[in-house]
Design a protein around this ligand. Structure first.
Ligand SMILES: Nc1ncnc2c1ncn2[C@@H]1O[C@H](COP(=O)(O)OP(=O)(O)OP(=O)(O)O)[C@@H](O)[C@H]1O
Length: 297
C-alpha cells in the first residue's frame, strides 16, 4: 500500500493542559476517499492542520508522501488542496479574480476544469465571493482546490452548509476526482449518512485518540450485531460497543477478534457503516458499553 499520510504517536497540546490530539498513529492509503469522523472537539481539525503543516506537533511524527511535514514548507503545498471548515474566500474578489489568483499561484492549475465546473454549477464568474450563498462559496472553494490538481485534497467539514442535492453532487464530484487513482481525499464530516456511498476508508477520533481506523470493508467485517435471548449467560466474544435490550432479547454490537465466531446461541447480523459509526459516537457521550456478565443477564 502506498501511503499518503503517516503519523506516529502524533500529539498536539494547546496551552499547558489541553491535548487536542494524542498518540495518533495512522497510515492513510493513496487514491482513496478517507472519512474522518468524531464528535465535536474530538481532534479532527487538529489532525488535519497537523497533516498539512498548519500546526506544529507537540510530540510525534507526521509524514506526507514519505517526507516529514514542516511548518514552513512551501514545496509540499503545491501538492495539497485544502478547504478549511468555513471555506474562507476573499469576499471582495469576484470569482474571476479568484481564478486569476489560482492561475498565478499554482504551477499545475487547470483553468479549463475550473471554468467548466463553475459553469455546470451556474456560478457566475462576475459575482463577488461575499455575495454568493454559503453553499456556492463551498463549491467555489472546492473548485479552486481541485483546479490546483493536488495529490491530496483535505476538506474540513465540506458539506455542512450544503442542501441535500448540493451535498450529493459535491460528494459525487469527489468520487469523479479520485477516479484516476492519483488524488487522495481526506475529509472530516458529521454527516455520517453520506459517507458510506463515497468513502472507502474511515478514521474515527474520540477525545483526541484514534478509536477506529481501516477500510470500510475490514471494519464491517470485524463488527457484528449479535442477537440472543436476554437470559443467555454465555458472554459474547470480543469488545462490546453497544448494548440494547428488548423484553426477551439483547442486541449487542461487538468487535470480534480475527477469525472469532461467537457462540451459536448468538444470531449474527451484518451492520451498516452508519450504525457502526453512530454506536461508537454514542459511546463518547454515555458510559462505555460493558461486557454483559451472568449477573446482568
Ligand atoms: N486554538 C486552540 N486553543 C485551545 N484549545 C483548542 C484550540 N483548538 C482546538 N482546541 C481544543 O482541542 C480539542 C480538539 O479540537 P478540534 O477543533 O481539533 O476538534 P474537532 O473534532 O475538529 O471539533 P469540531 O467537530 O467541533 O470542529 C478540543 O478540546 C478543543 O477545545
Amino acid at each position: 500500500m502506498t501511503a499518503v499520510l503517516e503519523t506516529e504517536k502524533l500529539g498536539k497540546r494547546y496551552g499547558r493542559r489541553t491535548w487536542g490530539l494524542r498518540e495518533c498513529t495512522l497510515t492513510l492509503p493513496q487514491g482513496r476517499i478517507i472519512a474522518l469522523v468524531g464528535p465535536n472537539g474530538a481532534g479532527k481539525t487538529t489532525l488535519l492542520h497537523l497533516a498539512i503543516g498548519l500546526l506544529r506537533p507537540t510530540e510525534g511524527q507526521v509524514r506526507m508522501f514519505g517526507e516529514p511535514v514542516r511548518i514552513d514548507q512551501s514545496s509540499g503545498l503545491a501538492q495539497i488542496g485544502f478547504v478549511a471548515q468555513d471555506h474562507p474566500l476573499y469576499r471582495t474578489f469576484t470569482v474571476e479574480n479568484l481564478l486569476h489568483m489560482g492561475r498565478s499561484l499554482n504551477p499545475r492549475w487547470d483553468e479549463a476544469f475550473a471554468e467548466r465546473r463553475l459553469e455546470q454549477l451556474r456560478i457566475p464568474l462576475g459575482h463577488r465571493a461575499g455575495k454568493l450563498s454559503g453553499g456556492q462559496q463551498a463549491q467555489v472553494s472546492l473548485t479552486l482546490a481541485l483546479a490546483k490538481r493536488p495529490r491530496l485534497l483535505v476538506l474540513d467539514e465540506p458539506v455542512s452548509s450544503l442542501d441535500p442535492i448540493a451535498r450529493r453532487d459535491f460528494m459525487k464530484s469527489l468520487v469523479d476526482a479520485v477516479a484516476d487513482g492519483e488524488l487522495t481525499v481526506l475529509l472530516s464530516s458529521h454527516v455520517v449518512s453520506e459517507l458510506e456511498r463515497v468513502c472507502d476508508h474511515l478514521v474515527l477520533l474520540q477525545d483526541g485518540h484514534v478509536r477506529l481506523a481501516g477500510s470500510f470493508e475490514a471494519l464491517l467485517q470485524s463488527h457484528r450485531m449479535l442477537v440472543g435471548p436476554r437470559s443467555d449467560t454465555s458472554a459474547p466474544p470480543g469488545e462490546v460497543i453497544a448494548v440494547s435490550h428488548g423484553e426477551r432479547h439483547s442486541n449487542l454490537l461487538v468487535r470480534l477478534p480475527d477469525d472469532t465466531e461467537p457462540h451459536p446461541q448468538w444470531e449474527q447480523h451484518p451492520i451498516s457503516l452508519e450504525e457502526l459509526v453512530l454506536a461508537y459516537l454514542d459511546q463518547s457521550v454515555e458510559a462505555p458499553a460493558r461486557q454483559l456478565g451472568p449477573t446482568e443477564a
